[in-house]
Design a protein around this ligand. Sequence first.
Ligand SMILES: CC(C)(COP(=O)(O)OP(=O)(O)OC[C@H]1O[C@@H](n2cnc3c(N)ncnc32)[C@H](O)[C@@H]1OP(=O)(O)O)[C@@H](O)C(=O)NCCC(=O)NCCS
Length: 375
Amino acid sequence: MGCEVKGLEGVIAGDTAISTVGKKDMGLTYRGYSVEDLSEHASFEEVAYLLIHDKLPNHRELEEYRTALVNMRGVPDRLKVVLESLPPASHPMDVLRTGCSALGAIEPETAEREQDQYRVADRLLASFPYMLLYWYRFHQSGARISHESGQREMAGHILALLNGMPPEAIVRKAINASLVLYAEHEFNASTFSARVTASTLSDFHSAVTAAIGTLSGPLHGGANEQAMKMITPLRSPDEAEKEILRMLAAKKKVMGFGHRVYKKQPDPRSSIMKEWARRLSAEAGDMGLFLIFERIEEVMFREKKLFANVDFYGALTYHLCGIPTELFTPVFALARVSGWAAHIIEQRADNKLIRPSAEYIGPEARAYVPLDERP
Ligand SMILES: CC(C)(COP(=O)(O)OP(=O)(O)OC[C@H]1O[C@@H](n2cnc3c(N)ncnc32)[C@H](O)[C@@H]1OP(=O)(O)O)[C@@H](O)C(=O)NCCC(=O)NCCS
């Protein structure tokens, strides 16, 4: 017996006007705009504005928005002390989660939530890249980097903070497309946990902190890092095929495949990421890894009818852009904070505590046994 719907699969758990996922007539859209169009034509800031502020900005609005974000990029000295005191071996997702929580203690949301929530959303979006990369660069080389990257756009800002130099155009564009694709995905696990936390009327930082923790798991955002780690030792497509067959025979999951919603149709983000991976490989004059990834995709479909999800070619794209593997999931989080913010604001606008019930499968009622009488 017990609950028939495991993991809330297929359960409609609320309303949203933010995105559609896997809808037959719409596909994946953010406020009605297809991700295919957005990832090709829009900057990540345009998309963040669309998600959080509910419309595509015009020229003036976008420039004002970019300026506001640029001015919010730094972090308080107290937070730098926290970041410096975290161990160099910490996982960067733990650092981001801790940084978000610490910022919430240093600069809490005010009681005027209706106005202040937009400031907090923009502040988190703007400061997360520096928060993450300040810690990263400090523990890599002892450098205390500045938040002034010389880049107005988010993709360029992330890359310049990471590498200490302006990015190449193709790399910046690939990262921008990935940020757009990672920005939002309806009631996925991390967004749902942000909404659950927001539904208790807790503060914005707590909801985002919960979401970061949820995203870090390998069944969710952590899949891109795990996929890369699994593939890195493989030397050829044939070796990759053997390894995948071995994993499937051992009933192991191959990270970067399968999806709760995209079961009968492919994840539309995957083919876009694949094209970026192909372009970056061609540009580098080395298709070796791309062919290994492509073979794994073929084998997974042939053997299990499973499609690659966004994290599979997303991992290769990040690798080819020079992002260190342990930063793959945090970079995903830098984008997804825009979607989390939009959902927290939406949840608050028509709130009801999210508190489902459970099917009880434990023992019948029984008498308490005093401590001394227990065997
Ligand atoms: C995303 C995911 C959690 C969706 O899970 P779900 O809807 O609960 O589906 P299940 O995990 O129950 O999988 C259904 C079947 O497909 C298999 N399967 C699903 N994903 C698989 C994968 N990546 N590798 C191998 N087998 C997989 C399961 O083993 C299961 O097989 P069974 O029926 O023989 O037991 C799951 O596909 C997964 O774990 N993928 C790997 C992690 C990943 O890439 N996550 C990022 C998602 S964007």
